[in-house]
Design a protein around this ligand. Sequence first.
Ligand code: 5GP
Ligand code: ZN
Length: 112
Amino acid sequence: MLTETACPFCSIDPVKILLENELAYAFYDGFPVTLGHTLVVPKRHVASFFEITAEEQAALFDLVGKARELLLRQHGPDAFNVGINDGVAAGQTVLHLHIHLIPRYAGDTDDP
Ligand code: 5GP
Ligand code: ZN
């Protein structure tokens, strides 16, 4: 497998991995925007959601569902934001595809 050593998600510390399947990992975001902010990434170094295989897509969504269950048990959030910044102009800062799974807690924002 191609591993990009300069890529933080290719060189993630194995002890930080929360969940894993054949093609994907889940781990906590290093700079969480809420308690439990999790990233789900393919094991393969690929930048875009639109470049992955159907098998990788299924593996990512499998871990999004399993990470949600884990976060519900650990932290009891009320809701989630699930999202991808796909491309630099869209706000992607790490060019290794990642799905943000952001637990939300009632009243955690000032927005109406
Ligand atoms: P983006 O802006 O590309 O959608 O999100 C990149 C995310 O990766 C950010 O939420 C940032 O906090 C997180 N991040 C950046 N570097 C690291 C790292 O070395 N380890 C972990 N766990 N998360 C990181
Ligand atoms: Zn990578």
